[in-house]
Write a protein that binds this ligand. Structure first.
Ligand code: 6R9
Length: 651
């Protein structure tokens, strides 16, 4: 193992530090050895139907399937002929065991209020709300929009939809009224469940006001159910709007789960595509539930005694799969937090880890970079010794952030699972197995059993190790998306026509000689500088490895001589935004990667424009870097004032 504090080229480009799992961890893990993993992976590749059929025995079925794997990609169906219910698998089956009175959801509101729902409690609330839905005229196949804060009622509403076969479409609470209207219209939603408002950094997010506005433009919605969360004043339209607590008061707690076809639509989740129109990714019941269940068990090594916390918002796929469906299908205890990580102060997450003795913690690199910026004193104030496993998701993690997470949060004792997957894949595709895989900062390591990735060139030819290319999947997997809602042609064009016979993920990656995968980011983020291919991530990693840099985003811009030039947007840990530092950073990158990577422009900024899910909006930065008028959709932007400031800072 090389010196972990080295910031040499090696640490950025050819990360070679390896962290094997502790023997004591492996001994207790669900998957214990490389040999065990390899046998599972080989079996799943050679006999996917046999492998997944066996895995599906872990679910409860009303009727067994006729066929495990029905048809090849793109139109693969799974477990056809089977009858199943996702809510039944997440709740009812645990009631027959000792887990009946186990905490299913431990919830904490931003103001500090808490609620614990046992599996029995969850069952009662879900049955009651399922009856409410029926009473409001919602039935199997109808679409229901959930536009809610991170409160237990959101989990209850999801599972109530699943229970009666209504398809939920969750819209992140930070989206605008227009975004809600677009999604309501696309899904032809019949009902919206919302709240008066939600808490975010001590302020109220007025959800009901936005719903009222959205409904002027989305006529398919007949009724609205409103949870009283903050007590904000709202307008209730007679015969359209109903209070959650009024409806629940009279509802029966008896509601059998509806046996549904394996391929019954479970949910739609909108995600951004390359065009302005969001894509309605559709997931179905059996395959998705199986995928999230097995991956939660393998990757997070979930045990009955664990308190597991995924900090995502349920409005994103990570929250769907790894706060609700995956953990609950395993009978785990899942935590849910309503608010911001820096409220009332920057120690909030660590205070919660200490208070609830969290064992497994799953967050995003962007959050980790914020923690680094806020300083080690915050986590150091709290007892984090309950943690035994850490995870990341959402974007490539730069080695420095990985090392900080390992050192300061994991106290060098927790495996880190860097999980690569997408809204479309439904569940984790590539990740270390914590009891098996030697982790290495910046790599999501290897495919999980049942996942067969490859790196190909544009014409679909497999690429040799270490030469980058397009990341594709060569075999179908149970939790893959089935279509884009109402636009099957776009589904085919986006994911399957690009590289015939494969699922095309839209990411670039390389595989090294150990078979580890390194995600290089979206293929549209790859720069071509003087004919050399460069990942924006590589340059960002180099910048972030400089002691004064908090965060960096790198984009290409049209350059007369080089084809593309490199523009770096940089936020600093201290206010030291001098021209000398710009030169120093250019040299630093040049030193870390090589002359071809020398930035053309460095621009200091107080913050970077991000989507509400925390992804840097590179398209906007590209426009700014190129001096173009800003074009396209900014509705997902976290803070519009960031944009104004960036333009002011133009050189
Ligand atoms: C789960 C989720 C998917 C895109 C994906 C990729 C990036 C996600 C990553 C990662 C590197 C990881 N991404 N996980 N890149 N390492 N561990 O984030 O879904 O919001 O649909 O984003 O995010 O570029 O294509 P989604």
């Amino acid at each position: 193992m090389t010196n972990p504090s080295s910031d040499s080229i090696e640490s950025v480009l050819q990360e070679s530090r390896k962290f094997p799992p502790a023997e004591s961890f492996s001994a207790e893990a669900h998957i214990k050895s490389e040999a065990e993993y390899q046998a599972m992976w080989d079996r799943a590749k050679d006999d996917p139907a046999g492998f997944w059929g066996e895995m599906a025995e872990n679910l409860d079925w009303f009727e067994k399937w006729d066929k495990v794997l029905d048809g090849d990609m793109p139109d693969t169906k799974w477990f056809t002929g089977g009858k199943i219910n996702a809510a039944y698998n997440c709740i009812d089956r645990h009631l027959k065991t000792w887990r009946k009175n186990k905490a299913a959801i431990i919830w904490e509101g931003e103001p500090g209020d808490t609620r614990v729902l046992t599996y029995q409690d969850l069952h009662r609330e879900v049955c009651k709300f399922a009856n409410v839905l029926k009473q409001l005229g919602v039935g199997k196949g109808d679409r229901v929009t959930l536009y809610m804060p991170m409160i237990p009622e959101l989990a209850i509403a999801m599972l109530a939809c699943a229970r009666i076969g209504a398809t939920h479409s969750i819209i992140f609470g930070g989206f605008s009224a227009d975004a809600v209207a677009d999604r309501n219209n696309d899904a032809q939603a019949k009902l919206v469940v919302t709240a008066d408002a939600g808490w975010r950094r001590g302020k109220q997010v007025p959800l009901k006001v936005a719903v009222d506005e959205s409904l002027e433009k989305s006529p398919s919605v007949e009724k609205v159910v409103v949870v009283q969360r903050t007590g904000a004043e709202v307008t209730m339209v007679p015969d359209r709007d109903y209070w959650w607590h009024d409806l629940m008061k009279g509802a029966s707690a008896e509601c059998e789960a509806t046996p549904l076809d394996s391929e019954h639509p479970l949910f739609i989740l909108y995600t951004s595509g390359s065009t302005g129109k969001p894509k309605g990714v559709l997931h179905t019941t059996a395959g998705y539930t199986l995928g999230t269940m097995m991956t939660s068990k393998w990757v997070f090594d979930l045990k009955d005694e664990d308190t597991y916390w995924c900090t995502a918002d349920i409005g994103w796929v990570t929250g769907h799969s790894y706060i609700i469906y995956g953990p609950l299908a395993n009978g785990a205890t899942t935590m849910m937090y309503e608010g911001a990580p820096n409220w009332p102060d920057e120690g909030r997450f660590w205070e919660m880890v200490e208070k609830h003795r969290v064992n497994i913690f799953y967050t995003a690199p962007t959050a980790i970079r914020a923690f680094i910026k806020w300083g080690d004193d915050w986590p150091n104030k709290y007892d984090l010794s309950s943690l035994r496993l850490l995870g990341t998701v959402g974007e490539p993690i730069n080695p420095e952030a990985w090392m900080w997470y390992h050192r300061v949060i994991g106290q060098e004792a927790c495996p880190i699972v860097d999980t690569w997957w997408q809204t479309e894949t439904g569940s984790i595709m590539m990740s270390p197995l914590p009891g098996v895989t030697a982790t290495t900062p910046g790599s999501c390591t290897k495919p999980l059993p049942g996942i067969v990735p490859d790196i190909v060139s544009k014409d679909g030819t497999s690429q040799p190790d270490n030469s980058g290319g397009l990341l594709v999947m060569r075999q179908p997997w149970p939790s893959m998306l089935r279509t884009l809602y109402g636009d099957h042609d776009r589904f085919l064009a986006t994911y399957f026509n690009e590289i015939p016979g494969c699922y095309f993920a839209g990411d670039g990656a390389r595989r090294d000689e150990d078979g580890y995968y390194w995600i290089m980011g979206r293929v549209d983020d790859v720069l071509n500088v003087s004919g050399h291919r460069l990942s924006t991530m590589e340059v960002e990693s180099a910048l972030v490895s400089h002691e004064k840099v908090a965060e960096a985003a790198v984009v290409g811009f049209p350059h007369d001589l080089k084809g593309e030039g490199i523009c770096c947007f940089v936020t600093l840990k201290n206010e030291d935004d001098t021209d000398e530092l710009k030169d120093e950073l250019k040299k630093h990158v040049r030193h870390a990667i090589g002359a071809i990577a020398t930035p053309d422009t460095i621009r200091f900024t107080a913050s970077l424009p991000k989507t509400r899910s925390g992804k840097i909006m590179r398209r906007l930065l590209r426009d700014i870097a190129a001096g173009r008028e800003l074009v396209g959709d900014t509705t997902t932007l976290e803070d519009l004032s960031v944009l104004a400031k960036l333009r002011e800072s133009e050189e």
